[in-house]
Design a protein around this ligand. Structure first.
Ligand SMILES: [Zn+2]
Length: 114
């Protein structure tokens, strides 16, 4: 799967592994590692030391761990189902839109990007 299918802010659904069916927002995309950080998914607890310089109380901090892109699918904003996308090149039109690439839901065929 090409790794440029996701954008920060997308809603992603986990489709494989122990966190299957969890949905969250894409926070960070590690393109070179093909990994994504999904808000609230794959949490691990980090024990952080108190830092007197930052008045940080320390303790247990929950942090997301990145997931591999092959384990997540985009949740289509139109049909609300986890889906795969294809890309469509739009030519310049009368409304002044430039040539651009948009993602299209393979399930309901709607455009995901405007
Ligand atoms: Zn759809």
């Amino acid at each position: 799967m090409p790794s440029n299918n996701f954008k920060v802010g997308d809603r992603l659904c986990v489709v494989a592994g122990p966190h299957k069916n969890k949905i969250g927002t894409l926070k960070r995309f590690f393109q070179e590692k093909e990994r994504v950080l999904v808000e609230g998914v794959n949490l691990c607890v980090k024990h952080q030391k108190a830092d007197p310089n930052r008045s940080d109380p320390g303790g247990r901090v929950k942090k997301e761990k990145p997931l591999h892109v092959s384990n997540v699918a985009l949740v289509c904003p139109k049909c609300a189902e986890p889906t795969w996308v294809r890309h469509e090149i739009l030519t310049p039109d009368a409304e002044g839109n430039k040539k651009r690439k948009v993602r299209v839901c393979k399930r309901c065929k709607s455009r995901i990007d405007e």
